[in-house]
Write a protein that binds this ligand. Sequence first.
Ligand code: PLP
Length: 360
Amino acid sequence: MNLRVPGPVPLTDEIIEASSEQMINHRGPEFADLINRMTENFKTVMSTQNRSYLITASGTGAMEAAVVNTMSPGDKSLMVTIGSFGNRFGDIAEAFGGEVTRMEYEWGEPADPDDIRRALRDEPNYKAVMITHNESSTGITNRIEEISKVVHEESDALLLLDAVSSAAGIPLAVDAWDIDTMSTASQKAWGAPPGIGMITMSERAWKARESAKMARYYFDADLYERYLQRGQPPFTPAVSALYGLDKSMQLLLDEGMENVFGRHHERAEQARQGMKKLGLELFPDESVASNTVTAVKVPDDVDGVELVSRVRKEHGVVLGGGQQKLQGKIFRIGHLGWVSKEDIDGVIKAVDAVLKDMRG
Ligand SMILES: *Cc1c(COP(=O)(O)O)cnc(C)c1O
């Protein structure tokens, strides 16, 4: 199978092997070496000195950790959404009693920093701005460096970033861009098995935590900080997933992050140009198209659900379909993690063959 959904991504043989190693005591010295090395490597990849934690959870858990550690029930926050994942941050904040203002863009559009500036001027009391770096449902990368500047210029709000499908695949410098919390997950561009959520917290975010009253237990950052001082996690971690992620972090750093980002850009270009050559239109404007997920419009004369299903059954290529209101209207090609030229060639050939056949 050529698994081309935006996570979980296929594992390289080295990472499969690493993930199948024997268990160790998570309260012992070997584990302390592992978690200390991984935390340092994670910070290096994210270009940050901020407090950073590896949490056994999916990406949504790492997003929940960002929300519950920085806000109190009744706190106002601004959720900026350009697709289905963008809404999730707001849903989490509301579930814990937050008062969320939703700035929703048409799916297919990126967020506009000027709109965010205006919203912050209209309401000076937002505790946080929550936004997605790379919206996997629409294949768009938001201009976060610029948006972060606006947020910090115009307000005291924290910037909570969903970088689940961008971190380790698309440039993102947590400290230089002044990101207060950044959440990501092992099964995306990190190229590791699912199971590990990761979060960074700025000093500002850490201070906010002291007065934040949202209910939290499993995701209480204070626990992760105190245990990390002893080289431990507060609860039993997904040891196998950590092994895989440890290996992938070492491979990424050996390759060099500039090269890793370059490789993602190349595969994305290959996918975009390949689709255009088939006469298909990209869903977003190319200037904001993501380097980890390519979203492609399904032509009007073709049933998009059937297209995705036949590409899988007849060619073993597993694409992402359109989510929610985009179901049948777009399909998505995941090219995050370790992806070869051949993998993308396989996608192009499969889509070409099925389209020709469907159109008779
Ligand atoms: C995959 C994804 C998530 C959700 O991650 P889970 O690991 O499934 O919880 C959130 N945001 C974005 C942008 C994603 O791509």
